[in-house]
Design a binder for this molecule. Structure first.
Ligand code: NAD
Length: 495
């Protein structure tokens, strides 16, 4: 069985750990490799490599850092098909979807290429006689990133592009379910000129994560994953005095007002609900149908689902691939029974879809007349299951969105600009789409939810990323005017 190893100090690192995890081919339903699950010793090796690389990297001129990031950007762009194929083979998403993920990650690299501009401080001249005050932003040291399975290229790039641009060194612990993309990134960054030790990758599960966040040398932790783990990592790492941003799960609501264009809203619900098999933190999982829009909207969504082609991510006509593991597919499918037992109407059952044999497939499912007390409403299902909740008014829809524990993304579909503006003002959610179903901010903004979708106070990437990965220092300096100098400067000074 092929074994996937760590990447430490600029190369593949075969540690001594005996534990391994399976890496599946979700389209075939077979195991394709095993991944080394890091031990505390391997985590220590990665952290000490990052610690040793820090003084040199921190002193590397901004222009050189930007040059390496530009070179990496070119490699990633030129070889995007290659890395997308790596993603599809372990995650299962379709190749166009994997390419979309690479493009979003590229945006973060491009943003980081502007680091000479982004790290500019402030300067106040002559705050007192001969006194100037200025601020500078300095890197934190060794920082850690822990990432989920659903975006194995994009989420690591959200973190590491900004972190290393700011002068930190980085230890990445990617998802053990699809570990190869992170090695691809590390090798490409090395080829682009990144010195050994600036980026290290340790694979693993809970044991590696606990060792990493328990390392005194790790100054900050960025986490993206499910809410219970995000909360626990935030609590543990902040207690140890670390800076933490921990992004959690989601239950994104798409509100459809009675004046919305039905076909536009139905297309948006289908692409945002079932794209990437619903395994996106910005997937729409609840459609809130306001008033008379409910019947035509449910009909329009249901009519689209039998046409959705489910198949291997590599097949040119597939629109939705398999789920990441058999275990996850079975858990998602279990909601189809529990939702029906709780009284929701299962309009489309994905188990009856035309599905290929072998892989971890589940077709798209649609529930109507879902109530907020039901598990299918409350839990993050993270699969191709869309729930429709019918409400009477805009106020009811808003209450539903705001009462939900999660606050990652939301969207409103309407032709009324005033209603949309009021929604953007009223909703307690971090990212809002107006006639846009997956409102992922571009790289020059920052990404993050509210409530149980984010623990910490900075969002990820963009300007917040620069703030998170640096600390500010303020310098107050006094230089008396040379004309008053009692020392012979060797040159004439006049005022
Ligand atoms: P997960 O929480 O199971 O795993 C995330 C990371 O934590 C992985 O690296 C994993 O190895 C590690 N981990 C798992 N269990 C752990 C434990 N007990 N202790 C310490 N570390 C542990 O998440 P996942 O299934 O890989 O990804 C899906 C989840 O991520 C969903 O909840 C999704 O909403 C969320 N997500 C959120 C965002 C966001 O921006 N808010 C983005 C992508 C994914």
């Amino acid at each position: 069985m092929r074994r996937i190893e760590h990447w430490i100090d600029g190369g593949v690192f075969a540690g001594g750990g005996q534990r391994v995890g399976p890496v599946w081919d979700p389209a075939a339903g077979t195991q394709q490799a095993e991944v080394a699950l890091g031990t505390p010793a391997e985590v220590a090796a990665a952290v000490s490599s990052a610690q040793a690389a820090f003084p040199g990297w921190r002193a590397t001129p901004l222009s050189r850092r930007a040059e390496i990031l530009f070179a990496f950007r070119e490699l990633l762009h030129a070889r995007r098909d290659e890395v997308a194929a790596v993603v599809t083979s372990e995650h299962g998403k379709t190749l166009p979807d994997a390419l979309g993920e690479v493009s979003r990650g590229l945006e973060n690299v491009e943003f980081a290429c502007g680091i000479p501009q982004l790290l500019k401080g402030e300067f106040s001249e002559q705050v007192s006689n001969g006194v100037d005050v200025f601020s500078i932003r300095q890197p934190l040291g060794v920082v850690a990133g822990i990432t989920p399975f659903n975006f194995p290229v994009m989420v690591p790039l959200w973190m590491l592009s900004g972190a290393i641009a700011c002068g930190n060194t980085f230890v990445l612990k990617p998802s053990e379910k699809d570990p190869s993309a992170s090695l691809w990134l590390a090798a490409a960054l090395g080829e682009a000129g990144l010195p050994p030790g600036v980026l290290n990758v340790v694979h693993g599960d809970r044991e590696a994560v606990e060792a990493l966040i328990g390392s005194p040398e790790v100054a900050a932790v960025s986490f993206v994953g499910s809410t219970p783990i995000a909360r626990s990592i935030y609590e543990t790492a902040t207690r140890a005095g670390k800076r933490v941003q921990a992004l959690g799960g989601a239950k994104n609501h798409m509100v459809v007002l009675p004046d919305a264009e039905i076909d536009l809203a139905a297309d948006a619900a289908v692409s945002a609900g079932y794209g990437s098999a619903g395994e996106r933190c910005m997937a729409v999982s609840v459609v809130v149908a306001v008033g008379r829009v409910a019947d035509p909207l449910v009909d329009a969504i249901a009519a689209r689902l039998p046409k959705l082609r489910v198949g291997p991510g590599t097949a040119p006509d597939s629109e939705m691939g398999p789920l990441v593991t058999a275990e996850h597919r079975d858990k998602v499918a279990s909601y189809l029974d529990s939702g029906r037992s709780a009284g929701a109407e299962l309009v489309v059952d994905g188990r009856s879809h035309d599905l290929p044999a072998g892989g971890f497939y589940l077709g798209p499912s649609l529930f109507d007349r879902v109530e907020p007390t039901m598990d299918v409403y409350r839990d993050e299902i993270f699969g191709p299951v869309l729930c429709v909740v019918r409400v009477g008014t805009y106020e009811d829809a808003l209450r539903l969105v705001n009462d939900n524990a999660y606050g990652n993304g939301t969207a409103i579909f309407t032709r009324d600009g005033g209603a949309a503006r009021r929604f953007q003002f009223d909703c307690q959610v971090g990212m809002v789409g107006i006639n846009v179903p997956i409102p992922v901010p571009v790289a020059s903004y920052s990404f993050g939810g509210w409530k149980d979708s984010l623990f910490g106070d900075t969002h990820m990437y963009g300007p917040d990323g620069v703030r998170f990965y640096t600390r500010s220092k303020v310098v107050t300096s006094r230089w008396p005017d040379p004309s008053s100098s009692r020392v012979d400067l060797g040159f004439p000074v006049t005022r």
